[in-house]
Design a protein around this ligand. Structure first.
Ligand code: GRF
Length: 216
């Protein structure tokens, strides 16, 4: 979001509920979205799953669910903009309304961000704005935080810095390792990501300044 402004009614009445999920690895958040679509918690269609890595385990989860997949290796392109132009082309071809990053390990540049204004979400394993960047769960553990959590936020040009849609808090236990803490946070990611996607697909939400408010 650039500057303070109110955005609302982005979705037309015949709401387009076609979403894309971009992954680079394991795909457990992708699975959470698949499961939520299946059991009706999320009224959306995952129209395509795109990975920048051919060996991403999440691709098999998508195929198992009968979802189309594409691998677009970023290394095949000489610049970020060229890579993103191809991804954007594929998303536009499929009339994607909302892009969900789920462990997609590439920073997005202007080519992508400008093509999907206010229509890209990410899930991050910390209570932003604390601990942006990689290995956020370990960062929180090493810092000695007593509370940690997960955040779903809009993606902007600032790393892990866009308006927050949903957050969840978990305790950091004295007995935790970075791994046990990460597992507790991941459970919450899986819960709040489908909820946040539903919030954004629902008409009437606004962002004023940085503050996201869902539609009624
Ligand atoms: C998650 O912890 C997510 O918060 C972070 O990357 C991880 C992806 O895990 N952005 P998965 O591929 O969804 O299992």
């Amino acid at each position: 979001m650039r500057g303070a402004r109110a955005l609302s009614q982005r979705m037309p009445a015949d709401t387009n509920r076609r979403i894309a999920v971009l992954i680079s690895g394991r795909g457990s958040n992708l699975q959470a979205l698949i499961d939520a679509c299946r059991d009706g918690r999320l009224r959306a269609e995952i129209a395509i799953v795109i990975s920048n890595r051919a060996d991403a385990a999440g691709l098999a989860r998508a195929r198992d669910a009968g979802i189309d997949t594409l691998t677009i290796p970023h290394r095949d392109f000489s610049s970020r903009a060229e890579f993103e132009a191809v991804v954007v082309h594929e998303l536009r071809e499929r009339r994607i309304a909302l892009v969900c990053l789920a462990g997609f390990m590439r920073l997005l540049g202007a080519t992508f961000l400008d093509a999907f204004p206010n229509a890209i979400l990410n899930v991050h394993p910390s209570l932003l704005p604390a601990f942006p960047g990689i290995d956020a769960q370990r960062q929180a553990w090493e810092y000695g935080a007593k509370l940690a959590g997960a955040t779903v936020h809009f993606v902007t040009g600032e790393l892990d810095g866009g308006p927050i849609v949903r957050q969840a808090v978990v305790p950091v236990l004295d007995s935790d390792t970075p791994e046990t803490l990460a597992a507790r946070i991941l459970e919450q990611e899986h819960r709040i990501y489908p909820e946040a996607v539903a919030d954004v697909l629902q008409e009437g939400w606004t962002i004023v300044g940085r503050r996201f408010t869902p539609g009624q």
